[in-house]
Each structure stands twice: as structure tokens, then as C-alpha cells.
Design a protein around this ligand. Structure first.
Ligand code: ADP
Length: 401
């Protein structure tokens, strides 16, 4: 088990992650089982890693904000600040700071009137809080062999983001590229099933956590591999999710990769802020945003685009998924999720971001997801595989290394 993340300076300086300390990291329960699940070259003396029992065994008191107690969540109040964080918000204001926090990097940090009663006041006043989070450097070093780092985002759930992530990963690896796929959808990990890896376990060795290999070109990491029971619900507040994301980034032994795809949950929340912060120095190539053609989905994508702009994350482009459905019997095309405002392409023109292509609605896509099959194998000449190929070409042309 790594001891990264153990310093209190780290815990605070990375304010959004207050409450995630070495205790949280050490909370991962290690069972003594042999390394049999991973198809990766076996590392010596590995142990499987489960997250839930450990979290329950050593969960901090609810007041730490890292517990699983939903009932004690605060009642939402009207926001007093802009909802999308700026880069400053992401890096400078601890999650447990009181209203009016001047930010840990401010000259007035620890001395302003709003600092009174803040649990971080001492660290701010002493200058400790200004120190960079060492995890950011750890992530940079851990990912030094990764050529491209790409986030897959969506404004809304259910638009096919994980499906597109999984199929893009298959498509990259079919081109003989070394691919990593990291699932940071902590509460709804679907990649183990979509990659055909249900029931596998993450193992730990001296080199870190071994991802699970689909084959020797495609490695996957997900909290789904750490659940003793697939139906377990992960009901975590932000700090605990952030702690696991940090550990995924600092401890997973990806080795050398041509591309690392990070599948995120929908929206612009804790997980996105954590990823953007921890990957800050490692160099992100940008985001691929997935939407359906419907205005109800596009309206959230505009927010996602604005989030990317605020945090300085380049936008590689937008994929429109679940576009027209071509009936296999009569060949008529039906727009089930009608593009009433012009669809993703029109939105891309309006928002000045690249459009990567349209993936049709096709029952074989759903079938591929349920069975963990690559569409490039299932129906290599079908419209979905062809479109995936075009999207991969566009991504590669924008992230040429
Ligand atoms: P998200 O990650 O955005 O929540 P998923 O990838 O889990 O969405 O997809 C939601 C559902 O839609 C799944 O059942 C998936 O199989 C199905 N799906 C996704 N894309 C397509 C498509 N192009 N055609 C048919 N079904 C699709």
C-alpha cells in the first residue's frame, strides 16, 4: 500500500480533499488472495484490493464530511457564488472553508476576519497551506509514460458516455495502441461490464495497483473491481470520492500508454474538479464530450463546455451519440431523440468547438455494452464502427504526439 497522501499539508493544501488523509487511504482493505484476476504480467506478492469494507471499517466521523451517511447531508441552500468553479476556485479554496474565504494563496490567508473559526486558519497563517499538493507531482511522475490523457465528459447521464469511452478504448487498441481506461464514475461504474471484465479484482504489488487487462493492449481500472458485491451502493461524499480518484491516479501502475481515457460521471462535480486538479501538472490533452442530439442534453453540454473553459481544459470535441436510428427492416431513418435545435453539430458551431461525429442509435451498441464486446470486432463494417474510426482519427489528429 502506498503511503502517498499521508501528509497533513497535502490534506489541507488540496482543500477540496480535506478529510482524505492517510487514514482514508489506508482504509483500503487488503485481502490475502493470489493474483489471478489480472491478465497483466503477474507482479510478485500481490494482494487484492477491496474498497467498501475498509471504508466502513475506518470511516471518519460524519462531521469530517467523508462518511457515507446520506441522511446527515446538509439541506441545500440558495447558492451565493457562481456554480461552475474557476481555476482559482478549484485550487485555492478548501472545501471546509467558511463563506468569504480569501483563498489559501491570498496575502490575507489566515488573517482575514472571515478566517476566524476556520479549521484551516493555522495552516494558512503559517504559510503551510500555500505549499503545492505533493499528489500533483506524484501523478505527474506516475503518468510520465502516458502520451495522451483524455477525459470523456457528458452533461447528462444516460447519453452513452461510458459506452463511447469503452468503444473508443477498444478502437484505439485495435490500432495496436497501448490504452488505459480509468473509470472515475465512483457511484455508477459500468466499465467492468462494458469491457467484459465483471468479477475481476484489482491487485496490489510493490509497483502499485495493477489495472485489469482485457488483453495486452488494453488496461482498465475501476472501483467496480473493488466491490465485494456488484450491487453494493457507493454512497460517498466528495472528499472520499476525491481520495479514491487521487489514489487511482497516484497508485495505478499503467506503465507506458499511447492513450489514457478517463470516463467521468455526468455533470461538473467533485470528481471533475479532482481530476482537473490532480492532472494539472501531468498535462491533459483535453476532453471529449458526449451528448445526444436532444436539446435537453445539449443544454447541459453547454455548461460542460463552460466548465472546461473555466478550468482551462481544452475541448477536443463533441460526439453526438444516439443519432438517427436506421430500421434494419425497412431502412428508414427515424430521429428518436430529435435534434430540435440543430443537434450537436449546430451547437458546436455556436460554441466554437470541434464536432467529432455522429454515432447512430443501434441495438448492436447496447448488445456490445452488455456483453463487453468491441464493435470494431462485432460489426467492423457497420456504421457505428466506421464512425468510431472517424472519431479516433480526429482525436489523434488533435493530440498528435
Ligand atoms: P452514460 O455513461 O452516459 O450514463 P451509458 O454508456 O451507460 O450512458 O449508456 C446508456 C444506455 O444507452 C446503455 O444501455 C447503452 O447500452 C445504451 N446506448 C448507448 N449508446 C447507444 C447507441 N448508440 N445505440 C443504442 N444504445 C446505446
Amino acid at each position: 500500500m502506498s503511503d502517498r497522501g499521508g501528509s497533513s499539508a497535502l490534506t489541507f493544501a488540496c482543500g477540496a480533499f480535506a478529510g482524505v488523509t492517510a487514514a482514508g487511504v489506508a482504509a483500503l482493505w487488503i485481502s490475502k488472495r493470489d493474483a489471478v484476476a489480472s491478465k497483466a504480467p503477474p507482479a510478485p506478492a500481490t494482494k487484492s484490493v477491496s474498497v467498501v469494507e475498509a471504508a466502513e471499517a475506518t470511516a471518519p466521523a460524519p462531521s469530517s464530511g467523508a462518511d457515507v451517511d446520506v441522511a446527515s447531508s446538509p439541506t441545500p441552500t440558495a447558492p451565493t457564488a457562481p456554480l461552475a468553479p474557476s481555476k482559482e476556485d478549484v485550487t485555492d479554496v478548501p472545501e471546509d472553508a467558511p463563506d468569504g474565504c480569501v483563498g489559501v494563496k491570498s496575502e490575507k490567508a489566515g488573517k482575514a476576519s472571515s478566517c476566524a473559526g476556520c479549521p484551516n486558519q493555522g495552516a494558512c497563517a503559517s504559510g503551510e497551506a500555500k505549499k503545492a499538493d505533493p499528489a500533483v507531482a506524484d501523478v505527474k511522475s506516475r503518468l510520465s509514460g502516458v502520451k495522451r490523457k483524455i477525459l470523456v465528459l457528458s452533461g447528462k447521464g444516460g447519453v452513452g458516455k461510458s459506452t463511447v469511452s469503452a468503444q473508443l478504448a477498444f478502437s484505439f487498441s485495435a490500432r495496436n495502441m497501448d490504452v488505459g481506461l480509468l473509470d472515475v464514475d465512483i457511484c455508477g461504474p459500468s466499465l467492468p461490464r462494458m469491457l467484459g471484465l465483471l468479477g475481476q479484482e484489482v491487485h496490489q504489488s510493490a509497483e502499485g495497483w495493477s489495472p485489469i487487462y482485457v488483453d495486452d493492449k488494453l488496461a482498465v481500472m475501476s472501483i467496480g473491481f473493488m466491490l465485494p458485491n456488484q450491487d453494493d451502493a457507493i454512497i460517498w461524499r466528495g472528499p472520499r470520492k476525491n481520495g479514491l480518484i487521487k489514489q487511482f491516479l497516484t497508485d495505478t501502475n499503467w506503465g507506458n500508454l499511447d492513450v489514457l481515457l478517463v470516463d467521468t460521471p455526468p455533470g461538473t462535480s467533485d470528481e471533475h474538479i479532482a481530476i482537473v486538479q490532480y492532472l494539472g501538472d501531468a498535462g491533459m490533452d483535453g476532453a471529449v464530450i458526449v451528448t445526444t442530439p436532444q436539446e435537453v442534453s445539449l443544454m447541459d453540454v453547454r455548461k460542460e463546455i463552460n466548465f472546461c473553459r473555466k478550468v482551462g481544459l481544452p475541448i477536443i470535441g463533441v460526439v453526438e451519440n444516439m443519432s438517427g436510428f436506421v430500421c434494419p427492416h425497412c431502412s428508414n431513418e427515424t430521429h428518436i431523440l430529435a435534434p430540435t435545435t440543430g443537434g450537436a453539430q449546430a451547437m458546436c458551431t455556436q460554441m466554437d468547438v470541434p464536432f467529432l461525429g455522429r454515432i447512430p442509435m443501434d441495438p448492436r451498441v447496447a448488445q456490445a455494452g452488455d456483453t463487453g464486446m468491441p464493435l470494431v470486432q462485432l460489426c467492423p463494417d457497420g456504421p457505428v464502427a466506421v464512425m468510431l474510426g472517424e472519431v479516433v482519427d480526429k482525436i489523434l489528429s488533435q493530440t498528435d504526439k
